[in-house]
Design a protein around this ligand. Structure first.
Ligand SMILES: [Zn+2]
Length: 112
């Protein structure tokens, strides 16, 4: 047993992990965006579920244009939703999540 420092509950292991339909890598759910198939004018279209509250079958994707492109090319959305879905309502390019820019601040002047 190794007790190094504090252990205030292990949330790291219980975080939901999903597979990106683009690159097929598994990632923490908070690092992926949820997409759902919504019926629009009789056709099903893939839309981003920004608030993760839309009902229905969801798929998960990195907020990365490459992953979306791969998913579209492979028709991964059709597989994920088990029907033919339109992808024209997906935004391009994808927005990066705000927390992704963490640590990218390079030029902060530090005065003595
Ligand atoms: Zn991906």
């Amino acid at each position: 047993m190794t007790h190094s420092g504090r252990s205030t509950g292990s949330t790291a292991d219980s975080r939901p992990v999903r597979t990106c339909v683009g690159c097929r890598k598994r990632a923490d759910q908070s690092h992926l965006v949820r997409v759902v198939a919504q019926e629009i004018d009789g056709n099903f279209a893939v839309v981003i579920d920004e608030h993760r509250r839309l009902s229905g079958r969801g798929a998960w994707l990195h907020p990365d244009p490459a992953c979306m492109e791969t998913a579209i090319k492979r028709k991964a959305f059709n597989r994920a939703f088990r029907r033919a879905v339109e992808t024209k309502f997906l935004p391009s390019p994808f927005r990066a999540p705000p927390e992704a820019s963490d640590g990218a601040l390079g030029n902060i002047p530090s005065l003595p």
